[in-house]
Design a protein around this ligand. Structure first.
Ligand code: ZN
Length: 336
């Protein structure tokens, strides 16, 4: 199955790899040589003196090859990125490998159980870690997550369709005024720094409300943040409004653990692989249950060897509105 998928891409992929290698200063001859997504992008080459000058004169000290440098910290944006929108500025850099099916693993509901969050941060990355707006003292966790090479989202509580379920403080709800929605969203956005966007916690009610979602999308657009639609409702307005308003966006394909058992989660990870093989990309969301973390500890280390590329959510979002990669299948459903 993978053979069929890769064959069609091979010609274009070869071209892309050449262009990518030229752009990034990366040497790539085979799958084994393909840079890991955690490796920093090589700095631009210093323009050195001409060959003739090299022959005639000793190389000036300042043109000598530099000693190997430690990779730049992922904890802070580079200064030349400071003018970019946050969804690009705080994106974990990756060199997309067009020959490999790509998988995004998002873990959300993070920050309430700190030891579970620490376990998630210790997993091989780049994962996409989404922290609850109302969890306390998020800064140390977020900093550790970025230093470990993960990308950050903010997990924003939104009203579920079942009104007896409380999504959490400052939740976005149907019927709230635009002013209240903006105020509640702003409260959440102020709780964390260094994130590329938001995804919805619950929200099977609110995300179906076009007027409310329009307010949220306009705010995300103005703040340069992306939207990951957790797709807790089939009729979520998220993707359509994101496209209309020019918000970078992607949608969840698979929930990993709405049934918390090892057998079920293993099956969902298999489903993510199958979807990536057939369509090139799968976006999966899981939660910091000990069973989910156990399975990811087993599954993630061999993912690249098995031919997949793990990418952060920002890399699954195209630049231009109207070219969004659309989810192709929904496997499972989840109230949250
Ligand atoms: Zn959630």
């Amino acid at each position: 199955m993978r053979q069929r998928w890769t064959r069609g891409l091979r010609l274009g992929a070869s071209l892309s790899v050449v262009v990518l290698a030229g752009t990034l200063g990366v040497v790539s001859g085979s799958d084994q040589d393909t840079p890991s997504p955690l490796k920093p992008v090589a700095p631009e080459r210093v323009v050195t003196a001409s060959v003739a000058e090299d022959v005639l004169q000793p190389t000036p000290l300042h043109l000598m090859p530099a000693a190997p440098q430690p990779p730049p910290s992922l904890g802070l944006p580079r200064s030349d990125k400071s003018l970019l929108q946050p969804w690009k500025r705080y994106a974990v850099p990756v060199a997309l490998d067009p020959e490999r099916p790509q998988i995004v693993i998002v873990l959300d509901d993070l920050g309430l159980n700190r030891s579970a969050a620490r376990r998630a941060i210790a997993l091989p990355g780049p994962l996409t870690l989404s922290f609850m707006t109302y969890a306390e003292n998020l800064a140390p966790l977020a900093s550790a997550a970025r230093s470990a090479g993960h990308e950050l989202l903010l997990h924003v509580p939104m009203e579920p369709s079942d009104s007896s379920v409380n999504p959490g403080p400052r939740a976005l709800r149907r019927g709230q005024s635009a002013e209240t929605l903006k105020s509640n969203l702003a409260w959440g956005l102020d709780r964390l720094q260094g994130f590329v966007g938001i995804n919805n916690h619950m929200g099977s009610g609110f995300t179906t409300d076009e007027a409310g979602m329009r307010v949220v999308m306009a705010e995300l657009r103005s703040k340069g943040l992306l939207f990951l639609d957790s797709r807790t409702a089939g009729s979520s307005q998220g993707m359509a409004l994101a496209e209309e308003l020019g918000v970078p966006a992607a949608a969840r394909d698979i929930f990993l653990d709405h049934e918390v058992s090892r057998t079920f989660i293993r099956g969902q990870l298999d489903a993510a692989e199958e979807l990536a093989l057939s369509k090139g990309l799968a976006i999966a969301i899981g939660h910091p249950h000990s069973e989910t973390l156990d399975l990811l500890e087993e599954w993630l280390p061999s993912l690249e060897k098995r031919g997949f590329q793990l990418i952060p959510i920002s890399a699954a979002v195209p630049d231009a509105p109207g070219t969004s990669r659309r989810p192709v299948a929904a496997v499972g459903a989840d109230p949250s």
